[in-house]
Design a binder for this molecule. Structure first.
Ligand SMILES: O=C(O)CCC(=O)C(=O)O
Ligand SMILES: [Fe+2]
Length: 315
């Protein structure tokens, strides 16, 4: 693998989501096919809300260690609440990542049959506004995600609203991430190379340098959205559905050097998921002689369980 190649990052799509999706579909599709990533601005998520969410995330991670650990759910697979520093380990890695995080899931009405797949949220009682801010942001991420998926649908030759039913009441998770200043890394990195498990990921906060994708040419390419823009990438579930026509690209967060290593980095990915009972079955339009079908049908829930076992979050 060679080191970063800045010129190549110019080919990652940079689009404005306030345009009609028909105009975005092929540019996004090209970028997702080649890089698995795109940068999206004017995504409709209010900057004032993003600012509040970022402030709230900082306030949470500033709480004393024992208070944060009080929100760790033992045996909960990291699905909700707090996951301590150095818990998650990427597939195939021997060391854990230099990060701590908090997960917010879908708030379901009491008695909803999907409760079996989606544990209830927990909320930090020290921060009374936390719940409202993140429930609002969750809904806004879903709206932006739906629009991106409709562009993807058009690119794949599907009806514009094809994905709507597949993600309705999906098991999506918003992750508040904190990478503390670097101390005693000893071979560990902020986020070791990995592919995301879900359908698509919408990431806020990547303007603080460090996120890199692994290109088809095996080069690490920085993904550098401007402040407030989203870095969006394809996850394994959508790659599987499309027989890898859309790439779930390996990416990482590298450790900073110099002054930046003394600073925390914060980011907020929204892992948009299919419904747990959606069966991921290769789209016929993504199979031909050159691209024989690689995948068996599998429910999104079963796929998720397999992958969580691999990353040390569930047994
Ligand atoms: O923090 C970032 O920029 C990326 C995080 C990431 O890739 C992940 O949590 O899956
Ligand atoms: Fe990721």
């Amino acid at each position: 693998m060679t080191e970063t190649n800045i010129s190549e990052s110019k080919n990652i799509a940079f689009v404005s989501l306030d345009k009609p999706v028909e105009e975005l579909a092929d540019e996004l599709g090209r970028s997702f096919g080649e890089y698995g990533f795109a940068v999206i601005e004017n995504h409709g998520i209010d900057q004032a809300l993003i600012d509040k969410a970022e402030a709230m995330s900082r306030a949470f991670f500033d709480l004393p260690e024992d208070v944060k650990r009080g929100y760790f759910i033992d045996g909960g697979g990291g699905a909700r609440g707090y996951t301590p520093y150095r818990t998650e380990r990427a597939v195939g890695q021997t060391v854990t990542d230099l990060k701590e995080f908090w997960h917010v899931g879908r708030t379901l009405p009491a008695g909803d049959p999907l409760e079996e797949f989606m544990p209830a949220n927990v909320w930090p009682e020290e921060l009374p506004e936390f719940r409202e801010i993140f429930e609002t942001l969750y809904a806004e991420f879903e709206k932006a995600g739906a629009k991106i998926l409709s562009a993807i649908a058009l690119h794949l030759g599907l009806e514009k609203n094809w994905f709507d039913a597949t993600v309705e009441d999906g098991n999506s998770v918003m992750r508040l991430l904190h990478y503390p200043p670097i101390e005693n890394a000893e071979g560990a990195v902020r986020a070791a190379p990995h592919g995301d498990i879900n359908t698509i990921t919408l990431l806020l906060g990547a303007e603080e340098a460090g996120l890199e994708l692994l290109s088809k040419q095996d080069e690490w390419v920085p993904v550098s959205p401007p402040p407030g823009a989203l870095a969006v990438n394809i996850g394994d579930m959508l790659a599987r559905l499309t027989n890898d026509k859309l790439r779930s690209t390996i990416h990482r967060v590298r450790n900073p050097e110099g002054e930046a290593s003394k600073r925390s980095r914060f980011s907020m990915p929204f892992f948009l998921h299919f419904r747990p009972d959606f069966v991921i079955e290769t789209l016929p339009g993504c199979v031909d002689e050159e691209h024989p079908n690689k995948y068996e049908p599998l429910s999104s829930h079963e796929f998720l369980q397999q992958r969580l076992r691999e990353i040390n979050l569930t047994k």
